[in-house]
Design a protein around this ligand. Structure first.
Ligand code: PHE
Length: 361
């Protein structure tokens, strides 16, 4: 065991001098690995006479433990040293200037869409969608429009060139038909999307956004419709009392029908929710006409329900005080900087971004 006597201090010295975890691991493999020096020595024990074998075995085992302990201790020390070094180099310099202002903004329409859909989702509505390019059947025919209805005429509807009668949808109501064609009641959906009409002034643009709502089951009535809309307005505008009026109206696809106006003022170039100053029409609604239910393949004697359609852009004008609808689509950087929302603002579950001072910047 002479060699062992010289080998041991040699190995311990190497361990002591190891300056990295990789070097240390190389030593471990060279000594204790499958082909390591100590392992090889263990293998030769069998060739010794029995009386020597016991002693030699014990000595070898002691040395092995000692070296193992030394390896462990050194490993721990090296790991601590490495951590200390990392902590020293990865420290944060709190005196550095903050990042430059974010340039991009969320468009108020995207923001308001998100806020609205969140409120409806919390009320239990599912999301539905339909195509922007529609056919006459879904946009008008199934919705009970008479053949000579003005909405079908050139001045309101955009027709596709060579489109085989295809049109740009003038409202999101075709999604009512598409949903009832596919789904059995109970149905409770909201369908957001772009709609197109040949129109252009302070409160009209040729493309704008709507959210359609549809609830169909066996007992849903006008009271439920009113409840949903009143609750929605309070949540959306974050006030306990939104001045609202339901006006009797007419749509071919609802009976009875109503339009809803919101009390507002338009002073000093700003829109404000306010009672007693004036009204702005924001949505149409009513009980789904039995013909519409029938045209979608359901039995109007069994099912009934309500529908509503919002102009999203107008709600954005009202909530964020934007006076002219046309400015939404001007792509003016100064406008979007002023009315847009910071993409990295943290929304709250109930109010989206509007509580975080998102109102005007
Ligand atoms: N589609 C109608 C419009 O665009 C709104 C509406 C939807 C009315 C649903 C009643 C029911 O004006």
């Amino acid at each position: 065991m002479d060699t062992l006597e010289t080998l041991k201090p040699d190995i311990l010295k190497k361990i002591e001098e190891a300056d990295s975890l990789t070097v240390l691991d190389d030593i471990r493999v060279a000594v204790l690995g499958k082909k390591g020096t100590l392992t090889e020595m263990m293998k030769t024990l069998g060739q010794l006479p029995p009386e020597e074998r016991k002693m030699a075995g014990q000595t070898l085992n002691l040395v092995k433990t000692e070296i193992g302990d030394a390896l462990d201790a050194k490993k721990k020390a090296l790991e601590e040293k490495e951590l200390e070094q990392r902590l020293a180099t990865e420290s944060v310099d709190v005196t550095l200037p903050i990042r430059p202002q974010q340039q991009g903004r969320i468009h108020p329409i995207a923001q308001v869409m998100e806020e609205m859909l969140t409120i409806f989702a919390q009320m239990g509505f599912e999301l539905a969608e339909g195509p922007d390019i529609e056919d006459d059947f879904h946009c008008f025919e199934a919705l009970n429009f008479p053949h000579d209805h003005p909405a079908r005429q050139m001045q309101a509807t955009f027709f596709m060139q060579d489109g085989d009668g295809l049109i740009l949808r003038t409202h999101t109501s075709p999604v009512q038909i598409r949903t009832m064609e596919k789904k059995q009641p109970p149905i409770r959906i909201v369908a957001p999307g772009r709609v197109y009409r040949c129109d252009y002034d302070m409160t009209h643009t040729p493309m704008f956004h709507q959210i359609e709502g549809l609830v169909i089951d066996k007992e849903t009535n006008m009271g439920h419709l009113k409840g949903v809309l009143v609750d929605f307005m309070k949540r959306f505008f974050e006030v306990d009392d939104v001045p609202m009026r339901f006006r009797p109206s007419f749509f071919p696809f609802t009976e009875p029908s109503a339009e809803v106006d919101i009390g507002c003022s338009r002073e000093n170039g700003e829109f404000k929710i306010e009672a007693g100053k004036g009204w702005m029409e924001v949505l149409g609604c009513g009980m789904v006409h039995p013909n519409v239910i029938k045209n979608s393949g359901l039995d109007p004697n069994e099912y009934q329900g309500f529908a509503f359609g919002f102009g999203v852009d107008r709600f954005a004008m009202l909530k964020y005080g934007i006076p002219d609808l046309r400015s939404f689509f001007d792509a003016d950087m100064r406008w979007i900087k002023h009315y847009g929302f910071l993409p990295l603002d943290v929304p709250t579950v109930t109010s989206g971004l509007s509580l975080n001072g998102g109102q005007k910047r």
